[in-house]
Design a binder for this molecule. Structure first.
Ligand code: PLP
Length: 391
């Protein structure tokens, strides 16, 4: 059904196969293993000669519906679901790289992703060079004969820097290098990296795909020869998605489009309000004309997304005053929820890096990140205004 339907339709329909009971909603199959008709069938399933389920570490009917639906939304040939976003990234790297290989990555990736590259993969002989997300010349200059992968995440967290997916894919493909894009912030509703030239899309399904903060999950989407390699790692190493989580995520996908559109529309209005606010020094939001890469963001994304970062006038004390006067916004580092969250990156998500490195990365003491949910905008503004009025 991938070809003929629009994204709205695919989000509620793609991948579903009904059992003999003709259930309307997707069934939740809580089974770890599957029974074969006879010894020959068991052998054929294990060898891969016959398609079909074997064991839930490989996949499961509920997980398979989620995989097919997300593949359809991203416009990819196949999808492999994993236990979390980090295990999707790990599985991709373990599947595609070997000792001696080299990665060029954005220096503004999700913190755990950078940790994985710099402290774990490095022990297995895979080196990473980190460069600015926005500097295509730096990506090109960082390429070595051993470079196998470009890894990016756009917009970045928390400063919403935009990487040019099409431009970087061109540079990579001229050298036979693969491009993986963490599409967590945009989801396929706002940005489809495979159409822009990327080879793999990676998701933390924990964020917007669930959208209601219930479960962990992850996914890798791309051409089948690549996802087959990821599956080989997954079925051997085991960071597989639980069928229950897959079922929750399927329900999340059904409302993904209306949530992303509503939360992004609210974020744009909040960003405009903040930009005009006398206590705010600067707003980082790709949907504002003041964003340095607004033109690229407009080409690459359907809108600015639901994450707004801003600097209050002053430093840590003033930023914390805004956080501590919130009664509605949740003080948490999570994002992608229908409940709006507020984070002070310098003392939380980016607290472990040195003050100098933080300053170099542009993460100031006055910076706050808001992940806009579905509450009424007026209520969100009033909540922020209580603290801003005290600055
Ligand atoms: C949260 C997040 C991850 C990791 O996902 P988990 O599901 O928490 O493992 C990876 N990338 C980005 C951009 C994230 O926000």
């Amino acid at each position: 059904m991938t070809e003929q339907y629009r994204l709205d339709t695919l989000a509620v329909r793609a991948g579903q196969e009904r059992s003999q009971f003709h259930e309307h909603s997707e069934a939740l199959y809580l089974t770890s293993s599957f029974v074969f008709d006879n010894a020959a069938q068991a052998a054929a399933r294990f060898s891969g000669e016959e398609a079909g389920f074997v064991y839930a570490r490989f996949t499961n009917p509920t997980v398979a519906v989620f995989q097919e639906r997300l593949a359809a939304l991203e416009g990819g040939e196949a999808c492999i679901a994993t236990a979390s976003g980090m295990s999707a990234i790990l599985s991709t790297l373990m599947a595609l790289l070997k000792a001696g290989d080299h990665i060029v990555a954005s220096n503004s990736l999700f913190g755990a992703t950078l940790q994985l590259f710099n402290t774990i993969l490095s022990r297995f002989g895979v080196a990473t060079t980190c460069v600015s997300q926005t500097d295509a010349a730096a990506w090109e200059a960082a390429i070595r004969p051993q470079t196998r992968l470009f890894f990016l995440e756009t917009p970045s967290n928390p400063l919403t820097e935009i990487a040019d997916i099409a431009g970087l894919s061109c540079i990579a493909h001229e050298r036979g290098i693969l491009v993986a894009v963490d599409n967590c912030f945009c989801t396929p509703v706002l940005q489809r990296p495979l159409e822009l030239g990327a080879d793999l899309v990676i998701h933390s399904a924990t964020k917007y795909l669930d959208g209601q903060g219930r479960v962990l999950g992850g996914a890798v989407v791309g051409a089948k020869p690549l996802t087959d390699e990821v599956l080989k790692f997954l079925r051997t190493a085991g960071p597989s998605l639980s069928p229950f989580n897959a079922w929750v995520l399927l329900k999340g996908l059904e409302t993904l489009k209306i949530r992303m559109e509503a939360q992004s529309a609210s974020a744009l209005r909040l960003a405009r309000w903040l930009e005009a606010h006398p206590k705010i020094a600067r707003v980082y939001y790709p949907g504002l004309p003041s964003h340095p890469q607004h033109a690229l963001a407009t080409r690459q994304q359907t809108c600015g997304g639901a994450i707004v970062s801003f600097e209050v006038k002053g430093g840590r004390a003033e930023a914390w005053r805004v956080v501590d006067n919130c009664r509605l916004l949740s003080i948490t580092a999570n994002l992608g929820d229908t409940k709006t969250t507020i984070t002070h990156p310098a003392s939380t998500t980016h607290g472990r890096i040195s003050a100098e490195a933080r300053a170099a990365a542009g993460i100031s003491e006055g910076l706050l990140r808001v992940a806009v949910g579905l509450e009424a905008l007026d209520d969100l503004q009033n909540d922020l205004e209580r603290g801003l009025a005290l600055i």
